[in-house]
Design a protein around this ligand. Sequence first.
Ligand code: AMP
Length: 306
Amino acid sequence: MNKENKIKLVCVGSVALDTIATPKEKHNDVLGGSASFASAAASFFTNTGMVGTVGTDFPEEYLNLLKHFNINLNGFKKAEGKTFRWSGIYEENMNERHTLSTDLNVFADFSPELPSAYRKSPFLFLANIGPELQLKVLDQMEDLAFCGADTMDLWIDSARDKLEEVISKINLLIVNDAEVKKLTGNSNLIKASKEIIKKGPEYIIVKKGEHGSMLVSNDKIYILPAYPVENVIDPTGAGDAFAGGLLGNLAYKKNITAEHIFSAMGAATIMSSYAIQSFGLNSLQQTNIKAINDRLTHLKDITSLS
Ligand code: AMP
């Protein structure tokens, strides 16, 4: 059996060159994108295949960095044109962010063709990207056991119908508090989450930045604080690293329950704590499974996570 046959999790999303300004620093063309952060985080836990595209301007060193994570790149394509670019600026509190520009570039015409081994993957994470693309990937999956998805305000505003179709087909929606409110028009997070559950997914995770995350199902609610990080350098990618860590952790479970998901939120929280300690994937690149487990033990010591 070749390595590709063992793909347990497929992540689809953006692979980006980000320009990011925090109150202290500004960096251009940092390796980012929802699929990059999610796949890198997931790769610590399971055999992960990444679906995405970049342009001919994508630096070789970034390709090597993705390879460093042992991500299967058979679903990753280089196309004629420019790489997806996103630019954002953070407020002083580092929790609020404003998008300055989004250039889809090669993603505007991307039509993913999944390698056959990816189609048989039991787990799928639809990271933030246009819902039409998410649907194209979803349609190609042949033996899906569990699908999580993320989105953002841009798609809620510009592609709501397609997004609702995605939401109707997934098991878990992972979004931030502002997105839940925007999706439903309801500012009570529990009520809003339950409204979304009626549209399809059994579970919603609401990410609340430094205030942690909340899992809502029809009959259960779990809350987990964030891992305490005092030196936040760049929060970009925290949500994607969270989701990748979560799905990667779940990928060996059968018959997923709310308890399994809450337990996996521990590892997810740890992966997001690494993402925010550097620009791009640098902190994730420097960690290892022992350091991740040490942080998880610490998180369990200071919370009710068991
Ligand atoms: P997060 O901080 O987890 O929300 O993820 C930030 C990452 O999402 C950045 O690296 C961006 O490149 C990427 N991103 C920003 N806007 C979009 C978009 N409209 N579609 C896909 N990816 C995006």
